[in-house]
Design a protein around this ligand. Structure first.
Ligand SMILES: Nc1ncnc2c1ncn2[C@@H]1O[C@H](COP(=O)(O)OP(=O)(O)OP(=O)(O)O)[C@@H](O)[C@H]1O
Ligand SMILES: [Mg+2]
Length: 316
């Protein structure tokens, strides 16, 4: 639904984006992850037709993002910029009505639509608030409501959770997950990594303008993480289990993480994990818990960018 081919924009000194090939399936939530200055906003602006690339192409559905398609792209895409500009002198209702009018939504339909988008953004109670009185979290919600006003099929949200406290971030995440249920295709950028893992279907990892990896969190981590990480909890002597584990070929490391919890790093692939468990039980270890550790997006990201990121991650 959102696609780019060799998308490139150079600002000089290695800044910009380089030959990006983003691919966002219809109906998916795509997490666009990258450090500050990685190029997320640049790619997003090009996708929304607000900046021209130096080379390469971008598509929303079947439409190429170019000047002659601007009006159609605007109808299809709801764009929430990283800094939501809102008009302080208006009430929330007036603000949304203004945008609804700009999209030529007839006044009769507009009233319902405003209530609908505020509900979707979790901001129904703010309808009569003055925009100037809104907190940051409230502004983000109203910004999201504005993005939805013309019922776009595609949502492009630049750091929708940026600057929000943990509660407000959870609410924003809920609202976004709700929008997916309506069938929207959603691209959202963030550098708050663990947050994305829970709501994204696909993740693209951007580093210094280059797309380092793209796929589900699981796919990406499998590609880069040859080691399987297993947690073992025993009801018998943990030292005995450790001694046994150190004899097993394929066990790279086994360390005591808690009184009877052992963390195992295993290099021989998933299929041999079962025989590892069997070996432990056969040798008298009382296994209470044996499970692959869940993939952690933050670790994946750090792993994948560690050899390319220098001391500072903010190159603005
Ligand atoms: N108009 C511009 N002119 C010159 N350089 C720019 C311009 N826009 C962005 N850059 C540079 O391109 C790089 C990518 O910036 P961009 O804003 O796309 O990053 P980002 O991933 O959105 O970062 P953040 O997480 O801080 O929002 C940065 O080094 C930035 O300084
Ligand atoms: Mg940005």
């Amino acid at each position: 639904m959102i696609k780019t081919e060799l998308l490139t924009k150079k600002f000089g000194n290695g800044r910009g984006i380089f030959e990006l090939g983003l691919d966002v399936p219809a109906g998916a939530i795509y997490g666009f992850v990258g450090h500050n200055g990685a190029g997320k906003t640049t790619a997003i602006k090009i996708l929304c037709g607000l900046m021209r690339p130096d080379s390469g192409r971008a598509f929303i559905g079947d439409l190429e993002v170019k000047a002659s398609n601007t009006a159609k792209i605007k109808r299809m895409v709801g764009y929430m910029p990283d800094i939501t500009g809102v008009y302080d002198q208006m009430s929330v209702w007036e603000f949304l009505d203004f945008y609804g009018a700009a999209f030529k939504i007839p006044p009769k339909i507009r009233k319902n639509r405003i209530e609908e988008v505020l509900a979707l953004a979790g901001a129904s109670e703010m309808i009569d608030y003055q925009v100037s009185s809104l907190s940051r979290g409230m502004r983000q919600k109203v910004g999201l409501a504005k993005t939805l006003i013309h019922d776009p099929a595609v949502l492009i949200l630049d750091e929708p959770a940026g600057g929000l406290d943990p509660n407000a971030r959870i609410e924003m995440r809920r609202a976004i997950a709700g929008l997916k249920k309506l069938g929207k295709t959603i691209l959202l950028s963030s550098h708050i990594l663990p947050e994305l893992a829970s709501i994204c279907d696909v993740v693209g990892i951007l580093n210094k303008g280059h797309l380092l990896a793209q796929g589900t969190v699981k796919e990406i981590s499998e590609k880069i993480q040859e080691n399987l990480s297993i947690m073992l909890v025993v009801d018998s002597d943990a030292q005995q289990a450790l001694d046994l584990l150190h004899q097993v070929e394929g066990v790279e490391s086994a360390v005591l993480a808690d009184v009877n919890e052992i963390q195992i790093s295993f290099t021989s692939g998933r299929e041999l994990a079962g025989s590892l468990l069997h070996f432990l039980i056969e040798n008298g270890v009382k296994v209470r818990w044996f499970a692959e550790n869940e993939v952690d997006l933050e670790n994946v990201f750090l792993n994948i960018t560690s050899h390319t990121v220098s001391g500072t991650d903010n190159n603005r």
